[in-house]
Design a protein around this ligand. Structure first.
Ligand code: COA
Length: 327
């Protein structure tokens, strides 16, 4: 059977670490509060001159090296991001150029924290349909540029980073077994950036006066929907493949909040050792969180041939989704 499978992964984060102790000096908060409510201990912050494309290219080079292919062999590059270098052209085109992937079609997609899984789903569809053979899917963000560093409700949560995966056509039974992606636009105002699009341009007085350039979020509403949606997407992946949670070797959820991950894992009936968590190191890196986790799990030897791995995401839009892989 013609399938798509991940043959290489990579990740890159900025050098600068911002710890909870650093945040205590910036807003009225504490390491204790942040740790108890989110599980986050530190996050990475992009340096001046470091952009989404900069981080994405680093992760992409690692993924290409692991897959053992050259950039010119790629026929598809998809970047999930909400922090593109520019409104246009697509940051994926800048990445294409930097990599020398001259034979690829490259585009960005905006699905917030589900950006990587949306991209993986599209790459899987292209590959199984015969329209592409070698795809690069990237999630990369510099969220620190759209975070209000005076708002303790949001600034503690987010970080910068990037992760990438090479996805190749393959004849066999392993690889991507299914993807399920969903949107629920009824909640678009629950988590969004109000300014800097065309509705509220960056240059408008209103955007400046009302500080619309920053992330806005109703945290408890997001929390509630996230657990329910991630359970739904995970359940769809398992039932589509006639599996149950006991078949999983590893669950890699979007790294937004430790309590969201624990609640989802509990609802699925997973034991803690089957749930991959690295958000204490990076915070919520939006579209980058799942590919960074996948890369770390792979390089740490936590993914063996034949393992069944479930990826599960939730983000602004709302968007959510899952992918079931046999490694
Ligand atoms: N430090 C200390 N206190 C803080 C704080 C901080 N960084 N941020 C908020 N608080 C305060 C609030 O002001 C509130 O005070 P009040 O009761 O005097 O008004 C109190 O803590 C409780 O706030 P609440 O919103 O009820 O806390 P919570 O348990 O819901 O936790 C979040 C807040 C944001 C951590 C939690 O809602 C969450 O993680 N939501 C999901 C966010 C997310 O993952 N977004 C991305 C999805 S992809």
């Amino acid at each position: 059977m013609l399938r798509a499978r991940i043959t290489g992964t990579g990740s890159a984060v900025p050098e600068k670490v911002l710890s909870n102790a650093d945040l205590e000096r910036m807003v009225e908060t504490s390491d204790e509060w942040i740790t108890a409510r989110t599980g986050i201990k530190q996050r990475r912050i992009a340096a001046e001159g470091e952009f989404t494309s900069t981080l994405a290219v680093k992760a992409a080079r690692q993924a290409l090296a692991m897959a053992g292919i050259g950039a010119e062999e790629l026929d598809l590059i998809i970047l999930g991001t909400v922090t593109p270098d520019f409104p246009f052209p697509a940051t994926a085109c800048i990445i294409q150029h930097e990599l020398g992937a001259r034979n690829a079609v490259a585009f960005d997609l905006s699905a917030a924290c589900s950006g990587f899984l949306y991209g993986l789903s599209i790459a899987d569809t292209y590959i199984r349909g015969g329209s592409a053979k070698k795809a690069l899917v990237i999630g990369a963000e510099v969220l620190s540029r759209i975070v209000d560093w005076t708002d303790r409700n949001t600034c503690i949560l987010f970080g910068d980073g990037s992760g990438a995966a090479v996805v190749e056509a393959y004849e066999g039974d392993d690889g991507i077994l299914s993807t399920h992606i969903y949107s629920d636009g009824a909640y678009w105002e629950t988590l969004y950036q109000a300014g800097c699009g065309r509705r509220n341009p960056a240059s408008s007085q209103r955007t400046i006066d009302e500080r619309l350039f920053f992330i806005r979020m109703d945290g408890s509403d997001v929390f509630k929907h996230a657990v329910r949606a991630m359970e739904e997407a995970a359940g769809a992946a398992l039932s589509a493949n006639g599996m149950s949670a006991s078949d999983l070797s590893l669950f890699i959820p979007h790294q937004a909040n430790r309590r969201i991950i624990d609640a989802t894992g509990k609802r699925l009936g997973l034991t803690p050792e089957k749930v991959f968590i690295n958000l204490h190191n990076y915070g919520n890196t939006s579209s980058a969180s799942i590919p960074i986790a996948l890369d770390e799990a792979s390089r740490a030897g936590r993914l063996k041939k034949g393992d069944v791995v479930l990826l599960d995401s939730f983000g602004g839009g709302f968007t959510y989704g899952s992918a079931l892989l046999r490694w």
